[in-house]
Design a protein around this ligand. Structure first.
Ligand code: ATP
Length: 369
């Protein structure tokens, strides 16, 4: 029942700092996804956890034990990397039981363990096949079974699906998640694919430039992004640049309320973010008339913008409406079952950004590219 804990972990390669100030807890039996763009330090962090790379600073604890200086082979963590690196000259069962053979476990026991693991990854009966006779997905399952052969306390996977095609990848994500829950093993998966992280993880760690940007459940990360980088990296978001006023936010000559936002000093630059599915289009709104235009911003309805439809994309399950507003272009998304006025290109509508769905961040925080 031991959590894996990282304390102030840092990694320098010469003068380049690849990982900095990482404090994290990987709860026992849970799956954590390390998510972030290419080069943000995910693999370096995983390699330090595995014992393949020494931290320049900080501690790695497994429960009460400090394992920072323990070599990889003594940690006995299960590992699956991008290239599964199975031995082509061995059978499936021999591949899976390879580490047990090295440990001197006798042949019958090895075979029994390999068969047990093959059942676990739903490949019962494949033990005598050669690796060359397997599909990509089957090889991936063999690699997972091989990593689990020694009953590791922690299971580490680096982009385990990257060699698979899109459909198989989605199936394997679900399969791996179900397997992890059955075995109940503390698991860390490196991925740059937010959908993969959302599908599998109990906890997501969003990383950027060597730092952790936010740690939370998939739901928390999506619905309460901690900054504009997270809001843009996880899911889609519209951003508006503005400024805090007295408890409200001004973008151009429009005022917005966002009661869930933390207090900002009046005058501080902010970025407002709203998910496309949370913006609301209305074709019968008071904000379109001349009268409204003459009303001072303070007296107008808050959180409403005049907009013009520039493009409608209907992809069956959703409709994306592209709109132009005086303060920037935005995208609004409606589900197929949601009612939406019939819209034509060039049509004037009003756009409401509901106060409870509006996220406000300090403007200096960088958004994901
Ligand atoms: P990707 O998704 O592309 O694999 P990543 O988030 O896993 O990226 P890392 O592989 O951890 O990123 O690399 C983080 C940074 O550290 C990168 O800028 C990389 O070039 C650098 N780096 C990694 N390993 C070394 C090394 N051995 N020597 C020098 N620089 C390194």
């Amino acid at each position: 029942m031991a959590d894996l804990v990282l304390k102030s972990i840092r990694k320098d390669f010469g003068s380049f700092r690849a990982v900095d100030k990482v404090d994290l807890t990987f709860p026992h039996g849970k799956l954590t996804a390390l998510l972030g763009p290419s080069g943000c330090g995910k693999t370096t962090l995983l390699r330090m956890i595995a014992g393949l790379e020494a931290p320049s600073w900080g501690q790695i604890l497994l429960g009460d034990e400090d394992i920072t200086d323990r070599p990889a082979y003594e940690r006995k963590f299960g590992m699956v990397f991008q290239s599964f690196a199975l031995f082509p000259h061995l059978t499936v069962a021999e591949n899976i039981a390879y580490s047990l053979a090295i440990e001197g476990v006798d042949k019958r026991k090895r075979r029994a363990r390999a068969d047990e693991l093959l059942d676990l990854v739903q490949m019962g009966g494949y033990g005598d096949r050669r690796i060359g006779e397997l599909s990509g997905g089957q090889r991936q399952r063999v690699a997972i079974a091989r990593a689990l052969a020694q009953e590791p306390s922690v299971f580490l996977l680096d982009e385990p699906m990257s060699a698979l095609d899109a459909k198989l990848r989605e199936d394997m994500q679900v399969e791996l998640r179900l397997l992890q829950q059955r075995v109940g093993i503390t698991t860390i998966v490196v991925t740059h694919d937010q959908r993969e992280a959302m599908t599998m993880a109990d906890q997501i760690v969003v990383m950027s430039k060597g730092y952790t940007e936010q740690v939370g459940t998939p739901k928390e990360i999506y619905s309460k992004p901690g900054n504009s980088f997270v809001a843009s990296f996880i899911g889609k978001a519209n951003f508006l640049s503005g400024e805090a006023t007295d408890g409200k936010y001004r973008v151009g000559e429009y005022l917005f309320e966002a009661p869930k936002a933390r207090g900002f000093t009046a005058g501080s630059p902010v970025t407002l973010a709203v998910r496309p599915e949370n913006a609301v289009i209305n074709d019968t709104c008071a904000c379109l008339g001349e009268e409204w235009a003459k009303t001072p911003p303070e007296e107008r309805a808050k959180n409403v913008l005049p907009a013009e439809v520039t493009f409608v994309r209907d992809v069956g399950s959703t409709r994306d409406i592209y709109v132009k507003t005086p303060v920037g272009d935005l995208i609004v998304e409606y589900g197929a079952g949601e009612s939406l006025p019939t819209l034509t290109i060039g049509e004037k509508v009003s756009l409401r950004l509901p106060p409870d769905e509006l996220h406000v961040f300090p403007r200096d925080a960088e958004a994901a590219e």
